[in-house]
Design a protein around this ligand. Structure first.
Ligand SMILES: [Fe+2]
Ligand SMILES: [Fe+2]
Length: 474
C-alpha cells in the first residue's frame, strides 16, 4: 500500500489505470492550489515548515518528516487497504458484501454525506487562515500548518470519491467545495460551526479539541459504511484526526498550566490580576469551553431525525464502534432516551432508536469529551488549585434540535429571556474576554520561545527538541 509519489497526484488507488478520472482530478488540482493560495494560511507561501507527509498507509511507517513549502505539499489520495470479503455490519443489508460501487438508490444520500463531510475540511482551513500571524511559538505554528495541510488532504479524499463514483454531479460538487467560504453570508459553508470565526489561539485549541473530535465521530460512523471506498478513506483520515485533537488537548493543557503557575506564584485567583499578568484566567477558559462545546454538539444534528434512520437502515452510515454494540444492528424495536422540553422542564423520553442515532453519536462524543476535560482538570489538581472545568448541560446554547430557541442555563435550568440576558456573560465569552484574549495574541518566532500565556510543551515533534526550528522564514 505504498504511495506513488512519482505521479502528479500521489495516490495508492492506481489512478494511472483510470485515465479519464486522472485527467478530471488533474483539472481540479490547479483549482485546489488556487483556493489554497487565496484561502490557505496567510503569508505562508514562502516559508519552510517541518511537516509530516504520508508515505504509506501502513500504520508502522506512514509518516515522513521534513521541511516543505506548503504550496509544494504533496496532497494526494490514500485509502486504507481493502479488507478481503468485507461485509456490511448493520441495517437492512447486514451480512451482504460491502459495495465497491454506489448503489443507485442511495446515490443522492451518499453524495450528500460526502459533500457535507468534504465541506468541513476547507472550511476549517479558511477559519484558521490568519492564526499563523499570531502564533505563540514555532512549535505551535508548525502544528497549525500540519493541521491545515491535512485538512486540505481530507478535502482531496472526499473529492476523489466524488470524481470516482458520482460522475458529472460529483465533479460539480467538487468545484462547489472550492467556492463556498466560511462565514460568507452569501455563500457560507454548509454547517454552522464551520462558519464561526477562529480569531485567536484559545479558540483554535478549543476548536481542535471539540470540533475536530466531532470529525472523529463522524468519520468513525462513516468508517462503518457499506460503501467500502468511503469506509477505507475515512479510516485513513482518522489517523490524521488524532493529531488534530492532540494539538487541541495539549494546547489547552499548556494554557491551563501557565495560568496555574501564575496563580500559584502570585497567590491569586482574581481574574483581573491574572489578566494584568498576561495570562488567561480559568473562568474565561470555561466560557470558551462552553461556547465550543455547545456549537459543536449541534453538528450532530436534530435529536430525532428520519434522515439518520434512513442512513443507518440503508447501510451508508453506522454508529460509533458499530462492531462493539451488543445488539442486533438493525434497531427496529429498540428505543433510546432523548431530552425534550415539556411544560418548562427538561424531561427524558424514549424514542425509536433508529430515529435517535444523531443523539446516540452526540452522547458517545460527549463521553469522549468528558474524558478529555478530566485530563485537563489534572493540571489544576497537580498545581493544587481547586478550580475544575466542566462541560455545560447538553441543552445549553443549542441552535439545532429540541432545545433550539429555548433559553437554558449552563446547568440545565430553563430561563426566561431576561434570565438568559442577565447571566449569559457568565457562561459565554464576553466582549471583554475576547478583547483580553486578542490583546495577548502576538507572534513569537524565536526557536524555543513561547508567548507568556502558554507553557512550553513537554516534548517536541518527532523526537526533535522543543527549541527546534520547526518553521524557517526565508
Ligand atoms: Fe479533517
Ligand atoms: Fe481535523
Amino acid at each position: 500500500m505504498n504511495i506513488d509519489y512519482t505521479e502528479k497526484i500521489p495516490n495508492n488507488v492506481g489512478l494511472g489505470d483510470h485515465p479519464s478520472l486522472q485527467r478530471a482530478l488533474e483539472h481540479w488540482q490547479p483549482a485546489f492550489l488556487n483556493w489554497w493560495g487565496d484561502m490557505g494560511p496567510d503569508g505562508s507561501a514562502d516559508i519552510d515548515v517541518y511537516l509530516r507527509t504520508a508515505v504509506s498507509v501502513d500504520p508502522a511507517g506512514w509518516a515522513n518528516f521534513g521541511y516543505v513549502k506548503m504550496p509544494d505539499y504533496r496532497w494526494g489520495i490514500f485509502l486504507n487497504p481493502a479488507e478481503p470479503d468485507r461485509r456490511i455490519g448493520f441495517g437492512d443489508h447486514k451480512g451482504e458484501a460491502a459495495w465497491q460501487e454506489v448503489p443507485g438508490e442511495y446515490r443522492a444520500n451518499l453524495r450528500r454525506i460526502i459533500v457535507t463531510q468534504g465541506d468541513t475540511e476547507p472550511a476549517s482551513v479558511e477559519q484558521q487562515r490568519h492564526l499563523g500571524l499570531t502564533a505563540p511559538s514555532l512549535y505551535d505554528l508548525r502544528n497549525l500548518f500540519q493541521i491545515n495541510v491535512e485538512e486540505g488532504r481530507h478535502l482531496w479524499a472526499m473529492v476523489y470519491l466524488l470524481h470516482r463514483h458520482f460522475g458529472r454531479d460529483g465533479r460539480e460538487e467538487a468545484e462547489a467545495l472550492l467556492e463556498r467560504r466560511s462565514g460568507d453570508p452569501d455563500h457560507p459553508r454548509i454547517l454552522g460551526a464551520f462558519n464561526e470565526a477562529t480569531p485567536d489561539w484559545l479558540s483554535f485549541f478549543m476548536f481542535t479539541f471539540f470540533t475536530d473530535r466531532d470529525g472523529k465521530f463522524q468519520l468513525c460512523a462513516l468508517a462503518e459504511s457499506g460503501f467500502d471506498p468511503l469506509a477505507r478513506t475515512t479510516k485513513f483520515m482518522l489517523m490524521e484526526e488524532a493529531h488534530h485533537m492532540f494539538v487541541g488537548e495539549s494546547g489547552i493543557a499548556r494554557v491551563l498550566q501557565r495560568t496555574c503557575e501564575a496563580m500559584v506564584q502570585h497567590k491569586t485567583e482574581d481574574p483581573a490580576k491574572l489578566r494584568s499578568l498576561g495570562v488567561i484566567d480559568l473562568p474565561t477558559i470555561q466560557r470558551y469551553l462552553n461556547f465550543h462545546f455547545s456549537v459543536t454538539i449541534d453538528l450532530f444534528g436534530a435529536d430525532v431525525s428520519s434522515n439518520a434512520a434512513t442512513f443507518f437502515s440503508t447501510g451508508i452510515k453506522g454508529r460509533f464502534e458499530e462492531g462493539k454494540q451488543a445488539d442486533d444492528h438493525l434497531l427496529k424495536e429498540a428505543t433510546y432516551p432523548v431530552l425534550e422540553v415539556s411544560s418548562d422542564q427538561i424531561v427524558t423520553r424514549e424514542a425509536p432508536a433508529l430515529n435517535t442515532l444523531n443523539e446516540k453519536l452526540r452522547d458517545d462524543y460527549i463521553r469522549d469529551t468528558l474524558a478529555g476535560v478530566g485530563r485537563w482538570n489534572k493540571v489544576m489538581q497537580k498545581n493544587a488549585i481547586a478550580f475544575q472545568l466542566t462541560v455545560p448541560h447538553k441543552a445549553f446554547n443549542r441552535q439545532i434540535g429540541n432545545f433550539s430557541g429555548v433559553k437554558i442555563a449552563s446547568d440545565g435550568r430553563i430561563l426566561s429571556a431576561a434570565g438568559w440576558e442577565a447571566n449569559v456573560g457568565t457562561w459565554l465569552p464576553t466582549e471583554a474576554d475576547k478583547a483580553h484574549i486578542q490583546s495577548l495574541m502576538g507572534r513569537v518566532v524565536e526557536p524555543g520561545k513561547f508567548a507568556n500565556w502558554i507553557a512550553p510543551p513537554p516534548m517536541g515533534i518527532n523526537k526533535q527538541p522543543v527549541n527546534f526550528e520547526y518553521v524557517r522564514f526565508n
